[in-house]
Design a protein around this ligand. Structure first.
Ligand SMILES: [Zn+2]
Length: 312
């Protein structure tokens, strides 16, 4: 009797394990399988103590990650966990070049080196100043000969290199009114300059599959540009890096919840996602929500790594 029952039990366990594994795999692949979705790869800021990857997002359409925004530390691993393929990413957008937005970029590019990507990867980001490289300088400082840190991959930035796969960085000198930066038959991308202390920074709007997706990037929310960019957005991903009442440098760099709420409300966004959660805002979700609710009444969520927001 036992001889028969034990194998049956073992078989049952094996079958269950198979389905659990398959379910996990299905969950990992489920973001954006149909229609348009935004996936948060990194919901944290620079602090590793928060156990979150730093700022990074994917825009999915019908099972493909078409647009990537930022690549903070930890995002390369999350990218792998999301089952996205670098060879399928149409364009890469940088909000700015603080490490928590760009630190994993070389890891992603080296991974893509092993994929069968033949077409160029356009990369858009801000111009530089005395504190930050421009987008072309950033990519060049990583991969160009003779001084690039990883010049062994200089084929990636050498025009007409034999591999065919090229990084094509562009500096986007956007002003306070949104401008179109990239357009093909399926997607359009707009940028506006935002204020992030002394650091050149951009907010981005991606239009794909009839949806408008807006990323604030890091900004103190000054000016009308972000509100214009976010007008009627299907989803607005805003950075919740400082609590209400922040002052000094923190406030010069980031927008408190009241400012996020004002922008979301004035722009009539259909959904608000709060990301770039730092130790100083984690645990203050209730207070944050109260401030935002005074100014914006639509759906809102606090993001965690790998969260997927399908757009209906
Ligand atoms: Zn940041």
């Amino acid at each position: 009797m036992y001889a028969l029952r034990l194998p049956a039990k073992a078989l049952l366990i094996l079958v269950s394990l198979f389905f659990v594994c398959e379910a996990r795999r299905a969950t990992a692949q489920s973001c954006g399988a149909r229609g348009v979705a935004v996936q948060v790869l990194g919901s944290g800021g620079p602090e590793l103590e928060d156990k979150r990857a730093s700022s990074s997002y994917l825009v999915w359409e019908n099972g493909k990650a078409r647009v990537m925004v930022d690549a903070g530390g930890g995002s390369a691993l999350r990218f792998g966990e999301s089952d996205a393929k670098m060879s399928e990413v149409d364009i890469f957008l940088f909000s700015h070049f603080h490490i928590d937005h760009s630190g994993d970029f070389p890891a992603l590019i080296f991974s893509s080196w092993f994929e069968d990507r033949k077409h160029p990867l356009p990369i858009f980001g801000p111009p530089g100043n005395e504190y930050m490289p421009s987008t072309t300088e950033f990519v060049g400082d990583l991969f160009s000969e003779p001084h690039g840190a990883w010049r062994y991959l200089s084929d990636l930035v050498t025009p007409d290199s034999p591999g065919g796969y090229q990084l094509q960085p562009h500096n986007v000198d956007a002003g306070a009114v949104p401008v179109v930066v990239f357009r093909n038959s399926e997607l359009a991308v707009y940028a506006v300059r935002v204020i992030h202390g002394a650091f050149p920074a951009l907010a981005w709007r991606v239009e794909i599959g009839g949806k408008r997706i807006v990323f604030s990037g890091d900004t103190n929310g000054e000016g009308e540009g972000l509100t214009l960019l976010a007008t009627n957005a299907d989803i607005f991903v805003a950075h919740n890096a400082v609590p209400e009442g922040a002052t000094g440098v923190e406030r010069r760099l980031h927008m408190p919840p009241s400012v996020i709420g004002t922008i979301a409300g004035n722009a009539h966004v259909k959904q608000l996602v709060l990301s770039h959660r730092m130790l100083r805002t984690l645990g203050k979700e209730k207070e944050t929500q109260v401030e935002i609710r005074r100014r914006y009444s639509g759906p809102m969520a606090f993001a965690n790594d790998l969260d997927c927001f399908p757009l209906k």
